[in-house]
Design a binder for this molecule. Structure first.
Ligand code: HEM
Length: 400
């Protein structure tokens, strides 16, 4: 039987999606990039932030016009000790408990979005559901007023449109991401100015929202300044939006290719969390994370010189037979399922509880609303053309 990747013609570089294995767990390619595919080797890199820095901006944003203040407050590219301080401050407000409290609102938002689909026989899951849902959730979380929701969504859409347009023109290599990031960033200042206004307002009159909590957060007498709060809010949008959309789309595609599992989760909605977890492993939305080596070192059998870009292929590691029995079988009952889709170590995804919650609720509400839900061979899904992402940019579904 054709794999999901063969059926929908996924990029050949994502060889694990076609049940392929790399020749070696660590390999340096002709561009000098050190590619890491093995589960254990990736854990070694994640566990050693001193040797493998997260500050890879020079590889991806080399020509982008940003000043240093743009990165202030963002976690992904920060290294210890700055990362440690920042993560402590942010984790105080962005807690799993706070996220769990969002469940009723996320359900209401998702139901509202699904209501608009009433009477349709076919719709694009990405445009209609998985794109709007996480933006609205993050806007609510931050405390963007309901009346500004459309304004806010407009900025995010424009950022995403430029990124999608460039990505579908085919950004091939790691370097291909530069123009993509530049175009997306052109729309950022207006949104940052808007967030700045709200931060200033929350300083005057705090509310029950994440912006107010971030402003109030204090560790060892230190607080986040306005620029750091605004940049983190923007980071939440950038990293939390497309990934969550990808998670829902990928989960639907996995179930579409595994009808018995689809039937099972329809009958037992309480198994949705495990289905989402297995979809994260089997079809990891972030195929790769990046690091740069700070010193000459050795990873497995491979010499890595200082200043090398290290690509951690999370999707491939999540199919490593040393870690997962029968790695190419989609098995929602898999236990344990210690996948690396959210990374590991000090940069472990801060949004994982939110992504898991949105994934579980989104899937259950979608199945509850549509007793029929299937892909359309005449109108196949389209995928982002970026090497480090596996996500649909269009996912037409038939429901009638
Ligand atoms: C970090 C994946 C959703 C916020 C990460 C990392 C991965 C990841 C792999 C680690 C990157 C690295 O170490 O280089 C995902 C996936 C998601 C998802 C697959 C959805 C399925 C979200 C959401 C949010 C979020 C919904 C927030 C609203 C973050 C933040 C970091 C991060 C702030 C940086 C943490 C740090 O550097 O300390 N994510 N993410 N993510 N994620 Fe997510």
């Amino acid at each position: 039987m054709a794999t999901l990747a063969e059926r929908w013609d996924l990029r050949p570089e994502h060889f694990w999606m076609r049940d392929g294995r790399p020749d070696k767990p660590v390999e340096t390619d002709e561009n000098g990039v050190c590619n890491v595919y093995g589960y254990q080797a990736i854990l070694d890199v994640f566990g050693d932030p001193k040797t493998y820095s997260s500050d890879v901006t020079r590889f991806f944003l080399a020509d982008t016009e940003t000043d240093d203040s743009f990165n202030e407050g963002t976690l992904l590219q920060a290294d210890p000790p700055e990362h440690t301080k920042l993560r402590k401050l942010i984790s105080r407000s962005f807690t799993a408990k706070m996220v769990a409290g969002l469940e009723p609102r996320i359900s209401a938002i998702t139901r509202e979005i699904l209501d608009a689909m009433d009477g349709k026989d076919e719709f694009d899951l990405v445009a209609e559901v998985t794109y709007p849902m996480p933006v609205i959730v993050i806007a609510e979380l931050l405390g963007v007023p309901g009346s500004d929701r459309d304004l806010f969504r407009g900025w995010v859409d424009r950022m995403t449109d430029s990124a999608t347009a460039l990505a579908s023109e085919g950004g091939g290599t790691a370097g291909g991401e530069e123009p993509d990031a530049q175009a997306a960033m052109r729309h950022v200042p207006e949104m940052l100015a808007y967030l700045h206004e709200h931060v200033a307002e929350r300083r005057r009159v705090p509310r029950e929202d994440l912006l107010s909590a971030l402003i109030a957060s204090e560790v060892d007498g230190k607080r986040l300044d306005d620029a750091a709060v605004v940049n983190f809010a923007n980071e939440l949008l950038v990293v939390g939006h497309a990934t969550t959309s990808a998670l829902l789309g990928n989960t639907v595609l996995c179930l579409d290719s595994h009808p018995e599992d689809l039937a099972r989760v329809r009958k037992r909605p309480e198994t949705a969390a495990a289905v989402v977890e297995e979809a994260l492993r089997y079809m990891s939305p972030i195929a790769a994370s990046y690091r740069v080596s700070t010193t000459d070192t050795r990873l497995g059998d491979t010499e890595v010189s200082a200043g090398t870009l290290v690509a951690l292929w999370l999707g491939a590691a999540n199919r490593d037979p040393e870690q997962f029995p029968e790695p190419n079988v989609f098995d929602p009952t898999r236990d344990p399922n210690a996948h690396l889709a959210f990374g590991r170590g000090i940069h472990f995804c801060l949004g994982a509880p939110l992504a898991r919650l949105e994934g579980r609720l989104g899937l259950n509400l979608l199945l509850e609303r549509f007793p029929e839900l299937r892909t359309d061979p005449d109108n196949p899904p389209e995928f982002w053309a970026l090497p480090h992402v596996i996500a649909t940019s269009k996912l037409p579904l038939r429901v009638g």
